[in-house]
Design a protein around this ligand. Sequence first.
Ligand code: KG4
Ligand code: ZN
Length: 325
Amino acid sequence: MKILGIETSCDETAAAIVVDGCRVLSNVISSQIDIHSRYGGIVPEVASRQHLLAIIPVIQKALTQADIELKDIDAVAVTHGPGLAGSLIVGVNIAKTIALSCRVKLIGINHLEGHIYANWLEGVEPEFPIICLIVSGGHTDIVLMRSHGLYEPIGRTRDDAAGEAFDKVARILNLGYPGGPAIEKSATEGDSSTYRLPRAWLKNTDDFSFSGLKTSALRLSESLDNSASADVAASFQEAVADVLVSKTIAAASRLGASNILLCGGVAANRMLRNMMLERSPIPVNTPSPILCTDNAAMIASCAYYRIQKGDSSALDLDVLPNIRL
Ligand code: KG4
Ligand code: ZN
């Protein structure tokens, strides 16, 4: 089954062709980072206009790279939430147009579920039950996945998402946007043991909190000059990774999980990946970095498993900017 995936929930316009949920024929991502970086963050109105300009060329490129035509696809899958309403609308409307004109199935996909399914794109079949840590710009969730499509929320952030904290601390340290890769790069030149930043353990819950850590990084940076930013970046990155890894492993062990899945944009962070792999007593799966950040292959993969269960969407599919998993 060849599925065309479309993803426009935030600042990446993406389209991909995936066969049977796991074989990626093409994965085209057009990033708007250069446009938004001059504002220091995403401007929703600018994002939706850019999606409008990019979406048709991006889909055409995905078809060309996969060496197929629109008539060859069996279904079209699209992110319909969570995300920016004006951005989601662009993807959903083009997906409906293609479904109607090509007479193929339409299926709306939850972006967070898509992040989880990035793990099925690399030829490994993680074993259920699985503890998923989804860490992105808008979410930090621990979810128990008992089988395909069956999720139980376990823990979540009570304030900032991990990616949001990376972006804000990068801004404090004048490292640029997006903050995650900028902090990771700066941290390679720093020493994480120079400063000890606090960890919010929130005992007896699987929830997270990153706002106190962010404020501590702000106070620390105010007391130092720019030359210390690499050490602050390294300490901050280690503090975030330490809490994410410790709490995920604790939840996995308490709930008897067979596997840990690490996904979402922050999962591209090498230190977080390595720490999870080193400390976990059970197998850890994490997609290659390009499949951690937003892409449409993960949306097409998720759609395959949903279609296997008989799911599809009607042509009145709406955007759901605040939908949960
Ligand atoms: O999943 P994603 O691409 O988009 C959302 O669904 O939000 O995640 C974007 C987030 C941003 O906050 C970005 O700073 C963070 O992921 N990120 C990283 C890295 N690459 C992206 N954070 C830490 N280290 C990275 N290498
Ligand atoms: Zn995402």
